[in-house]
Design a protein around this ligand. Structure first.
Ligand code: H2U
Length: 348
């Protein structure tokens, strides 16, 4: 009988953040692919597009004119998924039919007036301005008494359903903790109660010893492929210091965060020499006026691409009905990302 080897044998791994298992099938990465190929978006965008709703000085779809902004620009989403207004609610829920109103505020953050750049092509000083905007929004939105959680995220690329190539992200602030955040909070809390330390700090310490899944690091942050990653090139940015939210970052950490954001996204673009699509987002302490020593600031990157710029991973079939499954192992992915150049391919 062969001895179990995580690089060869199918196995399951545990995600301690979501309290879920995933299936890893490292031997399966070589299977042939005759399925769907994504079409590549054109990469010849102008610096200013007169038809773009998000460009500086342009008119949005509802007729409001954007200011002539020169770095970042934030506005309330014209098609918000959540609304601020309070409604009268008589709870008629029963065990199997539960509903409750949800209030919130949705914002759009334009990262740059330049229509034809993305984070990996921006200067670190420009990315730091985005970090400052995220900090200000976390404070401003979180100070509303009906806002208990602020979700900062970016959907990049048409393959991720992004409707506009202008560099932008979104912020959804709301009264409840969304399910993924609630699950993460439960896991962080139970670990903290048991061990009086941060789950992610302990996890990071071990990852820094193993070095197998580390992609890049600087003085304050580490990018790694989580042991339990489900997307082929999924990564996480974890702060080395244990703090719960973005406003706890000092100036040096903000700069280091901007720098590592550029670092990982440059590597992503270099992987298939394309503008690499992903959904990314920060997970951090709720703004619910409760002290949260269990929270440890981190950011997830969930990119869909698997083999090339045109072949993406589908989360279907077994994944919908059983559990998430991956072919290439997290260690193989980390090695591939680690060995990529730190200089953007367009600048080479
Ligand atoms: P996505 O491309 O990730 O969907 O984000 C664009 C957001 O911008 C989207 O949520 C908003 C959309 O509602 N938007 C406006 O608020 N005003 C506009 O004029 C165009 C798009």
């Amino acid at each position: 009988m062969q001895v179990f080897n995580t690089n060869e044998h199918p196995h399951r791994r545990y995600n301690p953040l979501l309290d879920e298992w995933i299936l890893v099938s490292p031997h399966r990465a070589k299977r042939p692919w005759q399925g769907q190929k994504e079409t590549l978006p054109e990469d010849n965008r102008p610096e200013h597009d007169e038809n773009c709703y998000l460009c500086s000085g342009n008119m949005r779809s509802n007729g409001i004119k954007n200011p002539e902004y020169t770095d970042c620009f934030v506005f309330e989403n014209d098609f918000s998924a959540l609304l601020q207004e309070e409604v009268f609610f008589e709870n008629k829920s029963s065990t199997l039919f539960q509903a409750k109103p949800e209030r919130g505020i949705n914002k759009v953050v334009c990262f740059s007036p330049k229509h034809n750049v993305t984070i990996p092509e921006m200067e670190i000083s420009e990315i730091e301005k985005i970090v400052q905007i995220w900090k200000m929004q976390y404070i401003e939105l979180g100070s509303n008494d009906f806002i208990n959680y602020v979700q900062i995220f970016e959907n990049k690329g048409s393959v991720m359903g992004c409707s506009n190539p202008h560099p932008h992200g979104q912020i959804w602030a709301q009264s409840s903790l969304p399910s993924q955040v609630e699950k993460t909070q439960r896991s962080l809390r139970s670990y903290y109660d048991k061990n009086k330390t941060s789950l992610l700090k302990d996890y990071l310490e071990q990852e820094l010893k193993f070095k197998e899944r580390i992609v890049i690091e600087n003085d304050h942050f580490v990018v790694l492929v989580p042991y339990w990653a489900i997307w082929p090139y999924e990564t996480m940015i974890i702060s080395k210091r244990h703090f719960g939210n973005i406003i706890a970052m000092n100036n040096e950490e903000s700069l280091a965060f901007a720098s590592i954001l550029k670092g990982i996204t440059v590597k992503y673009d270099n992987l298939f020499e394309t503008s690499f699509p992903y959904s990314s987002g920060i997970h951090q302490a709720p703004t619910d006026r409760v002290i949260h020593p269990e929270w440890h600031f981190h950011m997830h990157f969930y990119p869909p691409l698997l083999r090339s710029a045109t072949v993406k991973k589908f989360m279907v079939g077994y994944e919908m009905l059983g559990e998430a499954q991956r072919d290439i192992s997290p260690e193989q992915s980390a090695k591939i990302l680690r060995e990529l150049s730190n200089t953007h391919y367009k600048q080479r």
